[in-house]
Ligand binder design. Structure first.
Ligand code: UGA
Length: 439
């Protein structure tokens, strides 16, 4: 089989590379010439564990290629995946200009039956727009080439995207066409050896599934964050509460870890877009509106604790920050809670020295010389008034507290991810602040 994947961002690159792994010929397409040049020279623009190995292997085998030529990439292809970005525009709704632009390009260039699969996260109803855009282009050409559209949302998590793609919990495919279903089944069968299902459904339900999944997950996080804040007020420990509720399988113990609020390129954008879709239909998604409001508030919780601890006097103080990425195992800093905390610290006249195992380049690109950058976690804390832990990288979990107490100016830790043991830190003489815990 042969496919074309348009858009070599995080979703396109992981999907294309993983599909090549099954023996399918994959052409990954992007309009960004520099990016394609890099990919043709062995440079992967994102950090994603495990990606480099299978990328190299499949390029060597001649199954995976990178090009700016969309027209050539769809010659002889069975399917074309649209995996370009849908950035939020000013009012929070997803901007579809890239998705529909690609649909038009396909319509202009196709010469045989194709399944056109939307893999980008797009608002409910977009596949229909993709179809219309393609029909318009074919009409302009006076051609009547058959094609089908399908929606195939991705559920990859940054940091474990390759594993998620190779061993999916489920594959969701929305299409009304039998012919398209057959093509998609062939493509995805190799990934379903573990017995997990391929769920065929209508297009609108498939589009909705993606938003409902991310919104449900975001809801879990805002819910536990709200409970964590209340735990502090009433004197309970959210870590006990989390374990107490998580052992009920209806609730489950995954994805209920309190923290500094959800970030990343997906949850904030998707929650906003779904609220917007509902508003446009005169329906108010009140639960999700609250989820969003709680998340904004949660990003400031750690700063507020610190502000209170230093009696509002942060001028001239220096704070060490461990972790900048929105979560571990990625260099992605989009909507990262660290950015909100840094901004508030700088506004209050404090300075920040940061260390992140992977996101240092990305941080410098975004923050420039607004903060200082340390070469490791210990250098970051030298003479710091306190340590603020924002991202729970595993290398921060068991630091040498004896070394830390010598380097820090004050033995104070603000832990935004509850990774330390309050009792242990108390014994070591640290002042410890966490989220929703008895400290
Ligand atoms: C999320 C979804 O988990 C994926 O299924 C989906 O495919 C993806 O969005 C997408 O739409 O592309 P991702 O953004 O990579 O994946 O990150 P998550 O691992 O879901 O974490 C999101 C945020 O929630 C992070 O800021 C994380 O720190 C926070 N989080 C997560 C918590 O605060 N507590 C938890 O218990 C879990």
């Amino acid at each position: 089989m042969k496919i074309s994947v348009v858009g070599t961002g995080y979703v396109g690159l992981v999907s294309g590379t993983c599909i090549a792994e099954t023996g399918v010929n994959v052409a990954c397409v992007d309009i960004d010439e520099k990016k394609i040049e890099k990919l043709n020279n062995g440079i992967i623009p994102i950090y994603e564990p495990g990606l480099e190995d299978i990328y190299k292997k499949n390029v060597e085998k001649g199954r995976l290629e990178f090009t700016t030529d969309l027209g050539a990439s769809i010659k002889d292809a069975d399917a074309v995946f649209i995996a370009v970005g849908t950035p939020p525009d000013e009012d929070g709704s997803a901007d579809l200009k890239y998705v529909l632009g690609v649909a038009r390009e396909i319509g202009k260039n196709m010469d045989h039956y194709l399944v056109v699969v939307t893999k980008s996260t797009v608002p409910v109803g977009t596949s229909e727009k993709v179809k219309q855009a393609m029909l318009e282009e074919l009409e302009k050409r006076g051609e009547n080439i058959p094609f089908d559209v399908a929606s195939n949302p991705e559920f990859l998590k940054e940091g474990s995207a390759v594993n998620d793609f190779l061993k999916p919990d489920r594959i969701v495919i929305g299409t009304e066409s039998k012919r398209a279903r057959k093509v998609m089944k062939r493509l995805y069968k190799p990934f379903l050896l573990n017995g997990h299902p391929i769920l065929f459904m209508d297009i609108i339900s498939s589009e909705m599934t993606k938003y409902a999944a991310n919104s449900m997950l975001a809801t879990k996080i805002s819910f536990i964050n709200d409970i964590a804040n209340l735990c502090e007020i009433v004197g309970a420990d959210v870590d006990n509460v989390r374990r107490g509720i998580g052992s009920d399988p209806r609730i489950g113990n995954k994805f209920i870890y309190p923290g500094t609020g959800y970030g990343g390129s997906c949850f904030p954008k998707d929650v906003q877009a779904l609220i917007r879709t509902a508003d446009e239909k005169n329906y108010s998604l009140d639960v999700l509106k609250a989820v969003e409001a709680v998340n904004y508030r949660q990003k400031e919780v750690l700063f507020n604790k610190l502000f209170k601890r230093f009696d509002g006097d942060l001028k001239g103080k220096k704070f060490a920050m461990w972790g900048l990425a929105f979560k571990p195992k990625t260099d992605d800093m989009r909507e990262a809670p660290a950015l909100v905390i840094i901004e508030k610290l700088l506004e209050a006249g404090a300075s920040v020295v940061a260390y992140d195992p992977v996101a240092m380049n990305e941080a410098e690109r975004i923050l420039g010389d607004k903060i200082s950058y340390a070469k490791d976690e210990y250098e970051a804390i030298i003479d710091a008034d306190a340590l603020i832990l924002v991202t729970e990288w595993s290398e921060f979990r068991l630091p040498n507290f004896r070394v830390m107490e010598k380097l820090l100016k004050n033995k104070i830790i603000f832990d935004g991810r509850n990774i330390y043991d309050p009792e242990e830190l108390a014994e070591l003489g640290f002042e410890y602040f966490a989220i929703g815990r008895k400290t």
